[in-house]
Design a protein around this ligand. Structure first.
Ligand code: AMP
Ligand code: MG
Length: 422
């Protein structure tokens, strides 16, 4: 299916370029993503963090045989009396990996270890703490249930079952499950390739000397960190001078080598119009003013075959727009399906929050659990979009909806926890 052109978006009526709501921008972005499709066969160890390119079907039962969940005695349940202790003859032992070879007749029991195969005549395992063994015999108490302490063949994974679906990420549990199925290699999607560069004449790369009014380029490092944490292939293209030639060359080069191009700076209203004109020529790009704080300007579209995200220049705005728009989009582009929503819950404010109605705000918060067990939150202090330390101090975003104004202590507010997201 050919994705529709960005130019088909409803620009005139229900879309106000001066105030695009956060949710609408997310939905528009979602509609224009073309995920990677190239498949690679890799050893399961190299599949960690990758996205499965096909369903994985179980070719065997896990566990492959009925086995004991306890150290104890495998018995025939019918031998156990309802109203009295029973003494059985112990005829052998079933170790994990070394099953008892004979059959078990009425009146007999087999000593069994955790993971040991349950003899086919037995239908319960009595834990050794409930048994008294002496002279080749064992005495068992009351109350055993049929089937107890037996892990059934196929109870974890059954033959023919779809174990994992295409589009699912491979994490530690999946690696272990693949190994338990004896699978050595899996098909995964090619890693998403993301190129990024910074724009601005004031920016100096690490190792350079700062001249008057210059600053070190920090955005490239936060972007590098955010991308690397998500497991993408990253291409750092450096700082690009604010000249039409340099910027055009950078866009062309990046869009040829990467699936996604991310820039920071240079997309706000005050920035040179040549960027807009150039991107109009090179691709299909929209410039939005999102009704959010921080992070008002956001450019999104395609340059050649590459998807493009033009983030604001301010360091905090870079991170907030990345997490609110780009992260999920990149996951979709990498082939992920069924993205889990970011964990959001309500916490009680312990300090006043300043906010003007009209935009969704993503203030940086410190979430703690107070002595009574309640989750409470306060902001990190100065919420300026250049105060990057606010992101470091914080462990959550406090998400304040558009219409909300100043908020007093005691109010319940939405928090998005960083752990698991960032
Ligand atoms: P801009 O969107 O280009 O107008 O930039 C907004 C603010 O972010 C300015 O104060 C820039 O100096 C700052 N800024 C832009 N890019 C970077 C960067 N890569 N690292 C640190 N600060 C930046
Ligand atoms: Mg700039």
């Amino acid at each position: 299916m050919t994705p529709p052109s960005l130019r088909d978006l409803p620009l005139a009526d229900d879309y106000d370029p001066n105030s695009m709501p956060v949710d609408k921008a997310r939905a528009h972005i979602r509609a224009f993503l073309t995920p990677v499709t190239t498949v690679e066969r890799v050893h399961i160890r190299d599949a960690l963090g990758r996205v499965l390119a096909e369903d994985v079907v179980s070719t065997m039962n896990v566990p492959s045989h009925d086995n004991s969940g306890m150290d104890g005695y495998a018995v025939r349940h019918a031998d156990l009396a309802a109203d009295a202790d029973v003494t059985l003859q112990v005829i052998g032992t079933s170790f994990a990996g070394a099953p008892y070879q004979g059959s078990v007749s009425p009146g007999q029991a087999v000593r069994i270890m955790t993971g040991g195969t349950v003899p086919k005549e037995c239908d319960a395992v009595i834990m050794q703490e409930r048994a008294k063994a002496a002279d080749g015999k064992v005495t068992l108490g009351l109350g055993a249930k049929k089937g107890q302490n037996i892990r059934r063949a196929g109870e974890d994974l059954a033959v023919g079952q779809i174990v994992f679906h295409k589009g699912q990420p491979v994490r530690a549990a999946e690696l272990g499950m693949l190994a338990s199925l004896g699978i050595i290699e899996v098909s995964v999607l090619r890693r998403l390739r993301v190129a990024f560069f910074s724009t601005g004449d004031e920016l100096v790369s690490l190792g350079g000397t700062l001249g008057a009014g210059q600053i070190y380029d920090s955005n490239r490092y936060t972007i590098f960190g955010m991308l690397s944490r998500l497991g993408f292939e990253v291409l750092d293209m450096g700082v690009i001078r604010d000249t039409p030639e340099a910027v055009e060359q950078a866009f062309e080069a990046a869009s040829k080598v990467a699936d996604v191009v991310i820039t920071s700076g240079g997309v706000s209203v005050g920035d040179a119009d040549y960027v807009k004109q150039m991107l109009d020529r090179l691709g299909d790009v929209l410039f939005w003013k999102i009704a959010m704080k921080p992070g008002r300007p956001l450019a999104f579209g395609k340059i050649g075959n590459a998807h493009f995200f033009g983030l604001p220049g301010n360091p905090v705005a870079v991170m907030v727009t990345f997490y609110q728009f780009v992260r999920d989009a990149l996951m979709v582009l990498s082939g992920r399906t069924n993205l889990e929503p970011v964990a959001t819950f309500k916490a009680r404010l312990t300090a006043p929050v300043k906010k003007a109605p009209g935009r969704t705000e993503f203030q940086r918060g410190i979430l703690t659990r107070d002595d009574s067990g309640e989750w409470t939150v306060r902001t990190t202090g100065d919420q300026g979009s250049g105060i990057l330390s606010s992101m470091s101090l914080a462990n959550c975003f406090v998400v304040l909806p558009t219409d909300q104004g100043n908020t007093e202590p005691g109010a319940m507010v939405d928090v998005q926890v960083f752990e698991g997201v960032i």
